[in-house]
Design a binder for this molecule. Structure first.
Ligand SMILES: [Zn+2]
Length: 347
């Protein structure tokens, strides 16, 4: 892997990750861009104890541009985009419309491929491995920023999820605080440790493997299952068999196996609802330990992949119970979801 870091015309960072060690990325951003003025602000909710990022400048961001105006395609034929090069493998840059910026964290965009019409599931295992390298490197780099406490690599796929650009891409948020979901997990981890002396993540994975009904795929280095209390209609959690706190600590075996396994899951997701159904909208979310948490080594890096589609043509909305009270109602029993995800395995 070759990494080339440069700057866009307004000073934002752009980093190319290339599979070939002899790739040359020296194109200069020719656009007359104004310096970015971001007014992102984190407000604390005293009743709930969580934080809200208020980012008024985001209302003007690009919304579903036509393919020939895509800002994530390479710059070609005099059309200038966010990527000055005429081609690329994987490119990461600071978001021009960040939800978090400056002292309040950092937002980056990860372009998975220069092919506008592909999706992650179309990538080769080699391309997916390069994306994993980029996620890992960004986690290590953002760890150095004093304004970043936790790194969240994720992909939203599909208009139903609110994706505003069709080009295959994901995002990386560097939060200035440990996120509420991670804090809840750390609290459960501490309570379990206190009560049993054991690691909760280890116990959850071991219990799923011994029960077996919700296990979808058991690889050499990864276990994938639908959790016992899945919140979403189809939801899979992927854990490396050797517990590590974040992507930078993954061993070679797990890194080598991940791309094929993940691509297989994305393909299965597109088959859940049968032939002729539009691509399944999904969210893929990497859970990593916050950098300064006391018990960060007890945390288990894992990927949560889920869809908000519950059946053909119907979405699961976060309505009264979910949005109003944080109580999820799931219409698909997790055992049935796991069975379906095993049925649609690649032949
Ligand atoms: Zn594009």
């Amino acid at each position: 892997m070759k990494k080339t870091a440069t700057r866009l015309a307004d000073g934002r960072e752009l980093i190319y990750y290339d599979a070939r060690d002899d790739a040359v990325r020296d194109a200069v951003d020719q656009r007359p861009l104004d310096p970015i003025s971001t007014r992102s602000e984190v407000r604390h909710d005293r009743l709930l104890g969580d934080d809200v990022a208020v980012a008024s400048h985001r209302q003007g961001r690009t919304y579903l541009p036509p393919a020939d105006e895509c800002p994530l395609c390479p710059s070609r034929d005099g059309r200038l985009s966010e990527i000055p090069a005429s081609d690329y493998d994987v490119a990461v840059f600071e978001n021009r419309f960040p939800s978090l910026a400056g002292d309040a964290g950092r937002c980056e965009v990860v372009c998975f491929t220069s092919d506008h019409n592909a999706s992650f599931a179309d990538l080769t295992a080699e391309q997916a491995a390069l994306v994993l390298d980029a996620w890992t490197d960004r986690t290590a780099e953002l760890a150095r920023l004093p304004s970043v406490e936790q790194v969240f690599c994720f992909e939203n796929r599909g208009r139903e999820i609110g994706v505003t650009l069709g080009h295959p891409h994901g995002q990386i948020y560097g939060y200035p605080f440990p996120t509420p979901r991670t804090r809840l997990m750390l609290r459960s981890l501490a309570e379990h440790r206190e009560r049993t002396g054991r690691n909760l993540f280890d116990d959850v994975v071991a219990d799923e493997r011994s029960d077996g009904r919700r296990v979808v795929l058991d690889g050499e280095h990864w276990t994938a299952f639908v959790p016992y209390a899945a919140h979403w209609p189809y939801e899979v959690h992927l854990y490396p068999k050797r517990r590590v706190p974040d992507l930078t600590a993954l061993d070679d075996g797990a890194r080598t196996e991940f791309p094929q396994l993940y691509l297989e899951f994305l393909k299965r997701f597109d088959r859940i609802f049968g032939e002729g159904e539009p691509p399944t909208p999904y969210i893929a979310a990497w859970h990593q330990a916050p950098f300064t948490a006391d018990d960060r080594d007890d945390f288990a890096l894992h990927l949560e992949l889920f869809t908000i589609r519950r059946t053909s043509g119907k979405l699961k909305f976060l309505a009264g119970s979910e949005s109003g009270m944080n109580v999820f109602i799931n219409d698909v029993p997790p055992e049935a979801a796991a069975e379906r995800l095993r049925e649609v395995a690649s032949k």
